[in-house]
Design a binder for this molecule. Structure first.
Ligand code: AMP
Length: 114
């Protein structure tokens, strides 16, 4: 069996995270290395590597994650907009192999990203 990712360890309670939202299917917590005044990660509790690893069976889960982004934004009091990012694979700059949506807010974000 492959080693647990850092996010699986957070889901299992092996390591602590600063959790802002949790339900049966997903968990949101502050990023340890924030790239904006608000930087939260939203992850499914199911072990899915990234967007490319989602299958038709994950349709409801993927929809739930997107709808939860807005719930988290409301909970954090984000009123001026936010950016949702899912880094996928090597060229996408993914460093943790467990699907996560970055929710970034609190300053104007430039485009294009690096
Ligand atoms: P990515 O580079 O898209 O895979 O994003 C992984 C993110 O996880 C990075 O922004 C890291 O700062 C963040 N991260 C890594 N370990 C932790 C942790 N223990 N708690 C919270 N965020 C973490």
């Amino acid at each position: 069996m492959s080693a647990k990712t850092i996010f699986k360890k957070i889901i299992d309670g092996d390591i602590k995270a600063n959790v802002v939202y949790e339900d049966d299917l997903c968990l949101a917590f502050h990023d340890v290395s924030p790239q904006a005044p608000i930087h939260v990660l939203l992850i499914p509790k199911k072990e899915v590597v990234n967007v490319a690893d989602l299958t038709a069976q994950d349709e409801a889960l993927a929809g739930h994650l997107l709808l939860t982004v807005n719930k988290v934004a409301e909970k954090l009091g984000i009123s001026n907009g936010y950016r949702v990012v899912a880094n996928c694979g090597l060229d996408g700059g993914q460093s943790v192999d467990h699907l996560h949506l970055h929710i970034l807010a609190g300053r104007p974000l430039t485009w294009p990203p690096g």
